[in-house]
Write a protein of this length. Structure first.
Length: 146
């Protein structure tokens, strides 16, 4: 589809790129590098580049034994949106979640991210809950793939 290079972060430089993309897209929940390292141990993280430029990142939270529900999140920086890169990140994440045994797929979007919400709804997700985390002023939206 494109010359997009998507891979798991390998080392701190790539983890810092993942951190940057996450923190720009989710400014209300900035992560430290140590928090990103911890997430990389329990989740499947990927980072996307186009000709060396950072495009975005993704997260797959593996399913738990009880629910078989995985969370797939694709994040694309503003300059690279509406070019199909989110689609590639999302499809890879969806495939990985299913490889891990997920029967149910969910995602979460910060309500101020109108592009992300529109993308999720377009891909068959339906809203299941809106909530504020302690100290937040912008609601999060949980969605489930139907």
């Amino acid at each position: 589809m494109s010359d997009l290079r998507i891979q798991r972060p390998d080392g701190d430089a790539m983890l810092k790129d993942w951190q940057y993309a996450h923190n720009v897209i989710i400014p209300t929940h900035s992560l430290s590098l140590d928090e990103v390292r911890e997430r990389a141990r329990r989740n499947h993280l990927e980072i996307a580049y186009l000709d060396g430029d950072l495009v975005g990142c993704s997260t797959v939270r593996p399913p738990t034994d009880e629910t078989l529900t995985a969370t797939v999140i694709a994040r694309v920086l503003d300059a690279h949106r509406r070019q199909g890169f989110g689609e590639e990140l999302y499809e890879r994440g969806l495939h990985r979640a299913r490889e891990l045994g997920a029967k149910v797929i969910e995602t979460v979007v910060l309500s101020s991210n109108e592009d992300g919400l529109r993308f999720a709804l377009k891909h068959g997700f339906v809203e299941t809950e809106r909530y504020l985390l302690p100290g937040d002023t912008i609601p999060w939206i949980d969605l489930r793939l139907c």
